[in-house]
Design a protein around this ligand. Sequence first.
Ligand SMILES: [Zn+2]
Length: 349
Amino acid sequence: MRQIHKRKFVRNDNKELLLYGYNEHKESPSQELDITDIPKPHMRWNPSREEWVTYSAGRKNRTSFPPKEYCPLCPGFNLNYPTEIPFSNFEIAVFPNRWASFNSMGENKSLEKVKTKPSKGECEVVVYSPEHSVTVSEMGLEKIELLTNVWIDRYKELFKNPDIKYVLPFENRGEECGVTLHHPHGQIYAYPFIPPAIEKEKQAFNKENFLMNIMNQLEEVYYVYQNENFVAAVPPFARYAYEVWIIPRVQIEGPWKFNDKKIEDFSKCIHQVVKGYDSFLNKRCPYIMGLHASPELDDSSFHFHVEFYPPLRHGDKPKVLAGSESMAGVFIMDVLPEDSAKVLRKFMQ
Ligand SMILES: [Zn+2]
C-alpha cells in the first residue's frame, strides 16, 4: 500500500479541512468562504416509533454559499468565487458540514411532555475528487483504496469523541436520491446514539451470524461479483429490486480491521458494483449506499457490510416508498432476489 498523507488545514472558522492523498499537500490557500453561523440542532423523542428525530432550523440560512450555478465542492483557486476547498488541487477532501444536523454546538431545548436532547455529534462531507464529474465508476482502483483509507481514518478519529456512539459513512447518488450538489461526494454522520437500524442489526448478530449462515448460497446463487475476501450479492431478503450488499467472507467488525489485501479487495468490489449498476442502466445509477460497521471497535459478533439501495422497481422504473413501506414498514417486491442477481451479475463480473 502506498503511503498516505493527511494535511490538517485550519479554516478561518477554526474548523479543520482535511486533505488526504498519495502526494503531500503543501499548497497555500486562496480565498476562503465567509464564516457562517453554526446551527444549534436538538433532538426530540418520537414515542410512537421510539426513535430520535433531529431538528436543525439553521439549515435555511445559507448566505455565504456560492450562487446556485457555481459548484462549492470544486477547487476554489482558479474560480472567481471562493468554495469549500480554497486550493487549486487535492485528492480527497473532508470537512465538517456547515449546516450539520449533529454538531458539538447541539443545545438542549426543553419542551413540555416531549423528551429532548442536544444533537451532539459530527456531520462531515467527503469530496471524492477535484474533478466535477468523476464518480466512483470512473475512479481508478488506487483512488478508491484512498477513499477506503479515508473512511478508516474517520472511524478511528470520530470514535475518540465520547459524544459519538455511531459512525455512518454513506453516499446519496442522483437527483432521485435527493442530491442537489452534483460534484461526487459522500457524507459521514457521527450520531450521539446507535441508530435504530443498526441497533436491530446488532441484536440480530448477537443471536446468530445470519450472513455466515447463508454464505454458501450468497457465493453460489445470489452473488453478483466476488473475489478472495468479499462477496457482493443481492441478499435473499432484499427490499429493493437491485439491492446489493458487499460482505466479507469472514466476520470482521469494521474496515478499521482490514489489512492491505482486504482494502484492495473491498475497493475492487465497490468499483465493480457501481460500474456494473451504471452499465446495467446505461446511465448513472441512482442509489443510497451506506457502510454498516459495528458500534464497537472490537466486536466478535457484528459482521460488517455495505448496503446499496437503488430506488428502482425493475429496469429503470422508480420505486417509491408508498403506503405499505411508509406506513407499516412492510416492503412489497415484484422481483425475486435470485433473478436480480442473475441480471446484475452480467454487468458486475
Ligand atoms: Zn464541482
